[in-house]
Design a binder for this molecule. Structure first.
Ligand SMILES: [Zn+2]
Length: 109
């Protein structure tokens, strides 16, 4: 199944554009280019891997938006831990996502 990318993603002060990029290496499933507001994804990832990569890159974008002070290696560990944890949280608890969506609608109604 093929679906379109979640483009753009609104985080912080800007809309981040989400694109496939053939320049990503095998070890690099995605990349966040903060000064251009880009989230780049390696083609060919299956659904769960692509979701994890998008979350991972969104976390990098969040860290950029909040003036990250971590060293690159530390940021990678924090982002990877949170991305995997968020995937598991939502996969194993779909009712939680529905609850969050319904509660957040109260803010726009
Ligand atoms: Zn990373």
């Amino acid at each position: 199944m093929s679906t379109s990318l979640p483009d753009p993603i609104h985080l912080g002060y800007r809309a981040w554009r989400v694109r496939y990029d053939d320049g990503c290496t095998d070890e690099e499933y995605g990349e966040t280019v903060a000064n251009k507001g880009l989230i780049l994804l390696q083609r060919g990832q299956d659904g769960p891997a692509e979701v994890d990569t998008v979350r991972h890159e969104c976390l990098h974008a969040m860290m950029h938006n909040t003036g990250n002070v971590l060293k690159h290696k530390d940021e990678e560990q924090v982002v990877t831990l949170l991305a995997h944890g968020l995937v598991e949280l939502i996969q194993r608890n779909p009712h939680l996502l529905r609850w969050i969506e319904s509660r957040l609608k109260e803010d726009t109604e």
